[in-house]
Design a protein around this ligand. Sequence first.
Ligand code: ZN
Length: 312
Amino acid sequence: MASPVTGLHHVTAITGAPQANVDFYAGRLGLRLVKKTVNFDDPGTYHLYYADGQARPGSVLTFFPWAGAAPARPGRGETTATAYDVAPGAIARWQEIFAEAGEDVGETFERFGESGLRLRAPDGLVVELIETDGVDGQWTDGPVPVESALGAFHSVTLCSRAPQETARVLTDAYGYREHGQEDGRIRFVNDAADRARYVDLSCDAVDGAGRQGAGTVHHIAFRVPSDEAEMEVRETLLGMGLQPTPQIDRQYFHSVYTREPGGILFEVATDPPGFATDEAEDELGRSLQLPPQYEPQRDRIEARLAPLSLPY
Ligand code: ZN
């Protein structure tokens, strides 16, 4: 039976100070902060969600800010790059923006016939911008003009400790097929995805042991349209001898986590209910949202969190 997965849902990473995180991902890259909440397992710290203009699954980059976290070094068993779609011509404009600000202009590359720019964010996360025809969803009310703004995810790059087994999970449980190989990089595509459709396996950027810290991707999540679809994927994973968690309510989606054999934490996340359930669509990310179990402690939680200022 075909997998109900439709591409990537979100990527979650560890970062350092929360204000620096907002300044870079919203202020510099122009992603939209779509949810300001707390780490449900550690409500004294933020969980910040960025996305495209419509807060669509397939564009959501989230962070656990751990103040004082040292920059990470990518290693095996990790997601080593997260790529966004940008419009053709945007890379040159981005390099001008970084050069004018006296910041690192990144490294350009060609991959599967597309032009890319590889950036190392101030917290250490590797973010790639890849020029793609048909980029959409860009946020138009942010600090970055639409012709340069980021759309959905293009892809993620995984450096697996067991690439063949990771590939088998991608194909047999998550509905991917091999799309091509180039310079040791194997690209997988999910044909049912309307965005965020690629996953690459490559250990290109990795030399030596990794170091967890700011800029480490904690996990990646794949999209499913419903709870039923999520349970179907969970059954497939169990049938493959993997050990998925029970379904967990993450307030904005429902999640099942699996450590795949190559060492990377894979989540399945439902599209519903989405981010506009506890605040209005045009107010997303502007005030602290707490899940019901923490609402009675709001005063105490807010007192422990440094206020964040938005660059727009
Ligand atoms: Zn997640």
